[in-house]
Design a protein around this ligand. Structure first.
Ligand code: ACO
Length: 311
């Protein structure tokens, strides 16, 4: 026995139409989306750190300008996504507190350090490549504001991936030392990038329900497989190898087989014990505290404007 509202909601999902902020929705749907969208927003904001570190050390003015643009895009994605999350009823200050107090997750990948300039290339190629693979289907998410936000985000991510590819391409075709630097970066980022898609389907508590609601359109393992299939020929084109001895084409499946990932490492990173978790959080908390005067000034300005309008 379901309510007329529930039936209307089910119909919208069934017809592949969209749920909008003012529509009735089950509490659990609202909660699942708030969780996913806010974690996604936090990931974009924390994700500015590994590459932001390289802005002052980029090897040329052109590289520096491109990297600044990319990191600014990520800030934009974060703000865009917080806005989408707020349409579900939780204020941004609350979402932000969840990040700063360690209650909310953000993507595991941003707890790894960017050690060399080649890492900026590997992050663009592999991390942003994985992000695109995961986010293109989210453009068709059943919740309107999230799906629409993803369209622009994916376009910008494509530019990010190309800049990463291009950095690696230059290094891979440079001196032997440069090529080695590119290979080291790929070796370090390959496994963690594959883990961005989340735990294997059998260990993914949210997937089934999220797929029924058409928040997610594909499972974690399906997207991971697509990603592996995409990057193998790209690695060959770069002249670099992927650090997985079990990686081989499976004629029968029509896909590349790949080896087990280190899920103990993944769990450690999620529970706060990755190589950079503490550093990332400390930096974010400091930035938030240092930005207090900006928030106060913006609020004072908004009050003044409101006064002017009511006079
Ligand atoms: N890093 C950190 N946490 C993760 C990761 C990861 N790579 N993968 C899964 N998790 C978390 C989930 O958030 C969930 O935690 P919670 O229930 O406490 O919130 C838990 O592990 C179990 O995973 P799933 O049941 O598989 O969770 P879900 O169905 O939400 O799938 C996924 C995870 C694929 C990341 C999904 O949330 C998603 O598509 N999110 C949007 C994309 C996104 O956030 N990208 C961020 C990185 S890309 C970028 O910012 C450039």
């Amino acid at each position: 026995t379901s309510s007329p509202e529930q039936e209307q909601f089910d119909r919208i999902i069934e017809q592949d139409s969209r749920i909008e902020p003012r529509d009735w929705m089950p509490d659990a749907y609202r909660k699942a989306l708030t969780r996913q969208i806010s974690q996604h927003a936090h990931s974009e904001i924390i994700g500015m750190q590994p590459e932001g570190n390289w802005i002052s050390r980029a090897p040329s003015l052109k590289r520096k300008a491109i990297l600044i643009a990319k990191v600014q895009d990520e800030a934009g994605h974060g703000l865009y996504l917080y806005s989408a999350a707020e349409t579900l009823g939780t204020p941004r200050s609350v979402l932000n507190d969840q990040l700063l107090t360690g209650k909310a997750k953000y993507s595991s990948i941003f707890n790894y350090p960017a050690r060399s300039w080649a890492d900026v290339g590997a992050i663009g190629w592999l991390v942003d490549g994985a992000a695109i693979q995961n986010q293109v289907p989210l453009c068709r998410c059943s919740y309107g504001p999230y799906g629409r936000a993803m369209v622009r985000v994916c376009k910008e991510e494509s530019f990010h991936q190309r800049q990463g590819w291009e950095i690696l391409h230059s290094l891979a075709n440079g001196t032997p030392a440069q090529k080695q630097m590119a290979q080291d970066a790929v070796n370090r980022f390959y496994g963690p990038a594959l883990q961005m898609f989340g735990p294997p389907d059998g260990d993914s508590p949210n997937s089934q329900q999220s797929m029924q609601w058409k928040i997610k359109r594909f499972s974690n393992d399906e997207l991971r497989q697509r990603f592996v299939d995409m990057i193998v020929p790209q690695a060959e084109a770069l002249g670099l190898t992927l650090p997985d001895p079990d990686l081989r084409w499976n004629e029968e499946r029509g896909h590349y087989d790949y080896g087990d990932l280190d899920w103990d490492e993944f769990k450690a990173v999620l529970s706060g014990n990755g190589p950079c978790n503490a550093q990332r959080m400390a930096h974010r908390i400091r930035a938030h505290e240092e930005g207090a005067w900006v928030r106060e000034a913006a609020a004072a300005h908004a009050r003044k404007q409101a006064d002017v309008e009511t006079k």
